[in-house]
Design a protein around this ligand. Structure first.
Ligand code: SAM
Ligand code: SF4
Length: 338
């Protein structure tokens, strides 16, 4: 089926009650992963989504098409779990690209060495690779797998395939890698990767997050400023979560995503679709809207779009992590899609 030309589309924006409009769709393609990052997954014992619960490739693409053609979504980012282990990834990216959306992937980098070129050929526009350390022993401690070399090779392959500027996402954990912020930045600068630190959020499967233990943006700055001079990059931030800083006068930059200590919920333009077809209006949402059930019961595109619009109206003003009544969502990050 051919995509509807943009000038013939009737768009109902994904607007919420606070005047925000979602145009950035995060699609989780699987809840499974080949790493076990301590801030995300337990070493073992997580229940996986049953295969029949997961949307098929055609179902995922259908919901993306509805989002792009009817709901004004302009960018689709594939995530997980680990999206590289979804067999249909390249095809899903190609079909999303054909719809006219910008496409991006967030990955741990395993498998990227093999897939970078096919993904670019499919129309992938951007990639974010998660890497918290460049020391093999720390990598093993953080991810419980000895795969640093694969991530490094994946990053190089992404840059070579034309996916630059490759972004690197890092989470700092107290007593594990928080002393390595400067080292990681120097490593990324040498290779022209754009590093962004993300504050650890209460989304781990084991509910082990603690506000007192997390490494704050302030601490990240303090670590970096031992080795580098940071000056705010002179730019409008818009809906971008990262605050960017010029490193040693620029042009290279480093970003800090202070989701907990400096929330940016007021500018959020995101909506999420889980691998089992649930719309989530926020990482921290406590309610989901089941598009899979409607889709499998035979709902047409208009009905699915209308359910999506209704779900968006319930989007909360903010995540409220600092609120005493805050409750961590049932789903861990790996099953939501970061
Ligand atoms: N597996 C892919 C990866 O690691 O990039 C994609 C999914 S992962 C859930 C997406 C991003 O979320 C990664 O950059 C990861 O570091 C980050 N992340 C996972 N758990 C987190 C947490 N509790 N707080 C902050 N970021 C987290
Ligand atoms: Fe896997 Fe990404 Fe979670 Fe690490 S952060 S366990 S790579 S899903």
């Amino acid at each position: 089926m051919h995509p509807t030309p943009p000038d013939q589309r009737l768009i109902t924006p994904l607007a919420d009650a606070y005047g925000r409009v979602a145009t950035d769709l995060r699609v989780s393609l699987t809840d499974k992963c080949n790493l076990r990052c301590t801030y995300c997954m337990p070493a073992e014992g997580l229940d996986w989504m049953a295969r029949e619960e997961q949307l098929t490739d055609d179902e995922v693409v259908r919901l993306i098409r509805i989002a792009v053609e009817r709901l004004g979504v302009t960018e689709v980012r594939f995530t997980g779990g680990e999206p590289m282990i979804r067999r249909g990834l390249v095809d899903i990216v190609a079909r999303t690209h054909e719809l006219g959306a910008e496409t991006a992937v967030t990955t741990n980098g395993l498998g990227l060495e093999r897939l970078a070129r096919p993904l670019v050929a499919a129309g992938l526009d951007r990639v974010n690779v998660s890497l918290d350390t460049v020391r093999p022993d720390t990598f093993l401690a953080l991810t419980r797998r000895d795969r640093l070399h694969d991530v490094v090779a994946g990053l190089a392959a992404a840059a070579e395939a034309g996916l630059g500027p490759v972004k690197v996402n890092a989470v700092l954990m107290r007593g594990v890698n928080d002393d390595q912020a400067g080292e990681l930045l120097a490593w990324c600068l040498e290779r022209d990767y754009e590093l962004r630190f993300i504050e650890q959020m209460p989304l781990d499967a084991e509910h082990g997050w603690s506000r007192d233990d997390m490494v704050t943006a302030e601490e990240i700055f303090a670590h970096l400023e031992r080795d580098f001079v940071l000056t705010p990059a002179d730019e409008a931030r818009g809906s971008a979560p990262a605050e960017r800083f010029l490193v040693d006068g620029g042009p290279a930059t480093v970003g800090v995503i202070a989701s907990v200590t400096r929330p940016f919920c007021g500018d959020c333009d995101r909506v999420r679709l889980t691998a089992d077809g649930q719309v989530r209006t926020c990482l921290f949402a406590r309610e989901e809207s089941d598009l899979r059930a409607a889709l499998r019961a035979g709902a047409d595109d208009a009905e699915l779009a209308s359910r999506w619009v209704t779900a968006m109206r319930g989007k909360a003003a903010g995540h409220g992590i600092d609120d005493p009544s805050f409750l961590q969502p049932q789903r861990p990050m790996s099953a939501i899609g970061g």
